[in-house]
Design a protein around this ligand. Sequence first.
Ligand SMILES: [Zn+2]
Length: 135
Amino acid sequence: MEGAFSFEKNERDMNNNKHAAMMERKQEMMQQRRDAGSIETNFPEVTSINMNMTYNQKGTKSILRTFHFIPSSYAFFIVNCLRKDCVDGGFDLTQVITTMVRNHRAEVKGALSCKGTDSSTNHSDIVYEVSIQYA
Ligand SMILES: [Zn+2]
């Protein structure tokens, strides 16, 4: 009985640590967002950005998420993986959008895989469509 109890306790501590680490990452992300500045500061010629993402994850139905950015939005284009416990994963569209703006492209499509470093194979892939309106 005692053995079972201590196992449970360890499990609980592990989850707490995981949770703390996740909160820390979340705060880091929020800080990164603030550091990124607004769309109008980074890309003054952009009036709006739309990102359509189709998430494909093994064993689940694909999910469509849409992100809309206006000039006062943070110029932060990292979205998370669908996997709850994903470590260091997510999808970084910063490069895609920066390149689009530099070349004044209105629409780009592509695909990305989660770069999560934990061992699970349950990370998601996305197919993205980005459209940008210019002033
Ligand atoms: Zn992931």
